[in-house]
Design a protein around this ligand. Structure first.
Ligand code: PDD
Length: 275
């Protein structure tokens, strides 16, 4: 069937799906989302993504009118209907439709939408720029309110790069839609999953792979300048998997090539996806 959308119980082609203009997601960015991809016909880490959806909902007091089990069943149903083996599933829950007012209505009916389309293939490596992190203090929530992220991504593209690495008070946070890792003197570093970054499902999977490999690693705040003396830098994310960064702000990393740690972890991650 290809690209399809699910809206509150209804399945239809994406281009025929629409939502009410008074949806609070549309008017206020009052919503949360997840992106899950499939490999060889199975949704990768779906449960971890749905657990994070639940955590996001809790932080913004959004009462989803479906249990996580129900959402899991709907995701599987919609995914199977698409008949895509390598799919990208977008799940969004907003605080529903009501006449526009900032205050959250007493009774609201959340809108659950899911779209499924073909999964994009990740690049081999990317270039990045650094940018000031202009987001709020709850970046742990996967909110649809993504304006600072999209502006920073645009800045990256305007600079001939693929991703912007966000800096808050001199520390590296994450990419606009990815988490960040550095390798320095044989130690793999990544910032802590506090309120200021999204705790990536791929990040956590890669941290497990690092442990299985027996690599030294440290989860700690990382100064922006450490980027430029790193031996290797890579990004992680549902779409990019493990992505080597070979240039940052015009400075070449590891001679412009993916380094050995990055290559090994990328392979290990790929092996998990298609065992
Ligand atoms: N983005 N940090 C941010 C700000 C993100 O938006 C994402 C994911 C990640 C990586 O998380 P994960 O490994 O769970 O995909 C980190 C998705 C893919 C998106 O917005 O499309």
């Amino acid at each position: 069937m290809g690209s399809i959308a699910y809206i509150n119980g209804e399945l239809l082609p994406i281009d025929q799906a629409s939502v009410n203009i008074e949806d609070r997601g549309y008017q206020f960015g009052d919503g949360i989302y997840e992106v899950v991809v499939s490999y060889n016909g199975s949704l990768f880490k779906l449960d971890a993504h749905l657990e994070r959806l639940k955590r996001s909902a809790e932080v913004i007091n959004l009462e989803i009118n479906h249990s996580i089990t129900e959402i899991r069943d709907i995701c599987q149903k919609v995914f199977l209907k698409s008949k895509l083996d390598f799919a990208s599933l977008y799940i969004q829950v907003t605080r529903g439709v009501s006449p526009r007012q900032h205050n959250i209505p007493e009774n609201y009916e959340p809108n659950l939408i899911i779209t499924v389309r073909e999964k994009p293939e990740p690049a081999e490596m990317v270039k990045a720029v650094t940018a000031e992190d202009l987001r709020w203090k709850k970046c742990c929530v996967k909110t649809t309110n993504l304006l600072p992220n999209v502006l920073a991504k645009r800045y990256a593209h305007d600079s001939g790069c693929d991703e912007a690495i966000l800096i808050r008070e001199g520390n590296l946070m994450e990419g606009t839609s990815t988490n960040i890792f550095l390798v320095k003197d044989g130690v793999v570093l990544t910032p802590p999953a506090d309120d200021y970054i999204l705790e990536g499902i791929t990040r956590n999977t890669v941290l497990n792979l690092i442990e299985e490999r027996g690599y030294s690693s440290k989860v700690r705040y990382i100064k922006a300048q450490e980027l430029f003396s790193a031996d290797e830098v890579f990004l992680t994310g549902t779409y990019v998997e493990v992505m080597p960064v070979v240039e940052i702000d015009g400075v070449t990393i590891n001679g412009g090539k993916p380094g050995p740690y990055t290559k090994t972890l990328r392979e290990d991650y790929r092996n998990l996806l298609a065992p």
